[in-house]
Design a protein around this ligand. Sequence first.
Ligand code: HEC
Ligand code: HEC
Length: 300
Amino acid sequence: MADFVSGFWNIYVMGLVALSLLFCLFILLSNNKRQTGPVELHGHVWDENLAEYNNPLPRWWLYLFWITLIFGVVYLVMYPGFGNKPGILGWSSVGQYQTEQARAAERYGPIFAKYSQMDVAAVAADPDAKGMGQRLFLTYCSQCHGSAATGARGFPNLTDKIWHWGGEPDAIRATITEGRMGVMTPFGGVLGGDGVKDVTHYVRSLSNLAHDSLRSQRGAELFAQNCTACHGADAKGNPMMGAPDLTDNYWLWGSSEASITETVTNGRMNQMPAFGEFLGEDKVHLLTAYIWGMSNKADK
Ligand code: HEC
Ligand code: HEC
């Protein structure tokens, strides 16, 4: 109700509710007749031969209406619904949510806390912790990273050894806690169509993809002038800025000439949301271990 700044709307709603209840009451009372005189036809005829007797409404039918009316009043007294009156039971959906949250925290808190004392590698090796990490992942992360965490275009694969922001436990923890913003500035204006094309061929050459060697040579110079500040002189990336390694043939946005041209021309702005406050340290710890464990399996 915080949206309704003036108290008027509250009174307006209460007035409407009271009026409609009173109206129902009036209808019920005005139909509360018993048969007094003889049963007669009303005298109206529809559809040639359809006539109506002056019988009152059946009692059982009227009682049903009484019951709904009484139910409505009792409900409004006990539960919130009459304007902003809370109802004498004090129930509210927010309250119920908080109670359930508190109960869950009481029940699962100690389990999460137990794992938060263990280091990431030990948690990753614990089958129960892995199950919990997976459930957390499916609830909070899978809509972007996929249920198998293998990602999609623009959403990184979290099961491999390739990281924009670093794959050490502390880096993963920081990613989940604070979120990340991968920003590549647009170069279409600076380089022009031909320049973009040249640098695109150079980028493709770094992963041994088909390229034009003349363009690639020219692109190498443009790369040294424009791109090394973020991607590094060797193009191996910089996890401080989330700038990817361009030599590994792993592509967040695709390796085709068209995709790379699009990246270079328009730049990229890609956000991983922060979860630290929402999930709390203990759950972030479990997730960190789960993610780290996927790319650091014992057999890999
Ligand atoms: C709204 C979509 C979205 C959700 C939800 C989301 N992520 Fe992300 N995540 C991203 C994007 C986009 C990136 C890439 C950011 C970039 O380009 O730098 C990313 C990057 C990451 C990275 C860094 C990958 C790297 O290469 O360094 C990790 C780790 C990660 N996410 C884990 C998680 C976890 C764990 C969750 C659940 C708590 C989660 N993400 C939920 C969109 C999401
Ligand atoms: C300001 C830092 C910065 C500069 C300068 C920069 N990049 Fe980037 N680049 C990034 C970041 C950060 C990403 C990752 C974007 C994301 O997370 O989606 C990226 C992504 C890319 C990608 C996509 C990689 C993939 O996996 O799909 C290509 C290709 C690329 N850059 C090429 C270049 C070229 C070529 C230049 C120079 C013309 C350049 N970048 C200059 C920061 C930079």
